[in-house]
Design a protein around this ligand. Structure first.
Ligand code: EPZ
Length: 444
């Protein structure tokens, strides 16, 4: 298992380009199951482990997928689908595999999808998805760890989610696309990734709109013709690089983003004293400030502060001046990064879903272990700020699920960072990082 080794304390400077959104492209790839055309095309697809997993899943169903590195494009022909099962070994590595449930039911009347099981950040149930599909006329049985679903023809229904669910909203949007009649989803997720799915489906013949009051209205259509869509930028990757500039007191220009999607993050970071200049709707510049002000953070569904940025903000608050409270309202166990941040010298106390973070003067390098995707990003950020010694982050396969070439993007911004094979000793890693650093120096 690879590790990342960082020699922190270097302010990051320069420009970085953000990749396509993981959480937008996953449902859009799943939705290709519903399109008749053999040449469905999706561009700005990030090169991530989770994308490899969902491509493997679609291939196992019988779809044909071709990659084209030009504009990170993939082509999907789902006309050959003849298997309707999402097996445990794929679903357990990526719970977003449940997103094939709605499309398979809508187009092929049946699906057998492994229950995703929990993950580091919580139990992650899918009861909202299943109850909604039952309201649409699906027969749902859960047996031996699998959801067995059947529907001769899904019918439109009025569905109210108890709390907003992103993939729940996405599954029902897809199921309702080809249903008989109209479907209304109340208390629907407002995330931009849901809007990107809606745009992709409407571009291929769907009839879906938001009414502006948390409702989504879907008119069932007879068929979907061709999917052809370019995926929105990843707002969480963008937010992560914004924190990288703040935590290293750097000066980074972040390009190929959608500034409007970053509003809750931009507002929160401005409160810490960083300077943010909006260059255009797709680019901003963020300059860190010597003194990082503490600011409370409370996560909630969009348009509030995203839970997927909580761990990254916590890393920044670890080196702020003062004390703040970070409240995690979306997942029940999303503080796995706390213990590892404490190993780097942070002062954090957790009580239920609150973390009280007291800023310290500096963090010191240490060996730490990633536990989940955003926790791994948080540890890399903290390592970049640790001015005393090396930080080694192990189990970075978590990072690879959601960040495309993160260490290279950071290296291009001046970070002293390298990826080493899991079996290399820490000393070997330190030598490697220095060799790379000297070589880089020669290249200047
Ligand atoms: C999506 O997960 C994202 N993943 C997550 O990103 C993100 O953290 C989350 O939305 C919240 O924004 C993808 O889009 C692939 P939810 P999802 O359903 O859809 C409870 C990352 O780091 N719930 O909105 O699984 C649930 O337990 C990942 O990129 C039920 O109880 O999240 C949670 O407490 C992590 N029953 C809350 O709702 C259900 O049937 C919100 O979950 C569904 C959800």
């Amino acid at each position: 298992m690879d590790k990342i080794v960082i020699e922190g304390g270097v302010p990051l400077n320069g420009e970085v380009s953000i990749s396509g959104s993981k959480n937008a492209v996953l449902p859009i790839i799943a939705s290709s199951i519903m399109f008749d055309d053999p040449q469905n095309e999706i561009s700005n697809v990030p090169d991530l482990e989770d994308i490899k997993t969902i491509k493997k899943l679609l291939s196992s169903l019988g779809a044909k997928i071709e990659d084209s590195r030009e504009n990170n494009r993939i082509f999907i022909d789902s006309s050959g689908i003849n298997n309707y099962e999402a097996p445990y070994d794929l679903v357990k590595t990526m719970r977003a595999s449940v997103l094939v449930l709605g499309p398979l039911l809508a187009r092929y009347k049946r699906a057998r999808v492994s229950l995703p099981g929990g993950c580091a950040i919580g139990a992650r149930p899918i009861d909202f998805h299943l109850n909604a599909l039952k309201l649409m006329g699906a027969e749902i049985n859960v047996d031996h760890g699998y959801v067995e679903a059947f529907a001769e023809r899904l019918k439109g229904a009025s569905i109210t989610f108890p709390i907003p669910t992103v993939t729940g909203t996405e599954n029902i949007i897809m199921a309702a696309c080809l249903a008989d009649g109209n479907t209304e989803i109340r208390n629907a997720a407002m995330e931009p990734e849901v809007d990107d799915l809606i745009n992709a489906l409407n571009g291929g013949g769907g009839d879906i709109k938001r009414d502006g009051h948390g409702r989504i209205l879907i008119k069932g259509v007879k068929q979907l013709k061709r999917l052809s869509h370019s995926v929105i930028p990843d707002r969480i990757e963008a937010g992560t690089f914004m924190v990288a500039s703040a935590i290293t007191r750097g000066d980074i220009t972040i390009n190929d983003i959608n500034v409007a999607h970053l509003k809750p993050v931009t507002e929160k970071l401005s409160g810490t004293g960083v300077k943010i200049v909006i260059n255009s709707p797709t680019s901003l510049r963020i300059k860190g400030s010597k003194v990082i002000r503490s600011i409370d953070v409370t996560t909630a569904p969009y348009p509030d502060f995203p839970t997927d940025m909580q761990a990254q903000m916590m890393a920044l608050m670890c080196v702020s001046e003062g004390l703040c409270v970070i409240t995690e309202n979306v997942f029940e166990n999303r503080f796995m990064h706390v213990g590892e941040l404490i190993r780097l010298g942070a002062d954090i106390k957790v009580k239920n879903n609150f973390a009280i973070v007291k800023g310290v003067k500096k963090l010191s390098g240490a060996e730490v272990m990633a536990t989940d995707l955003r926790a791994s990003a948080s540890l890399v950020l903290a390592g970049l700020a640790s001015s005393d010694g090396y930080t080694t982050v192990s189990r970075i396969y978590h990072l690879d699920r959601g960040y495309e070439g993160m260490e290279n993007k950071l290296k291009n911004l001046g970070a002293i960072i390298t990826r080493v094979k899991g079996n290399s000793t820490v000393n070997q890693a330190h030598e490697e990082i220095h060799e790379e650093n000297i070589t880089a120096g020669e290249g200047v």
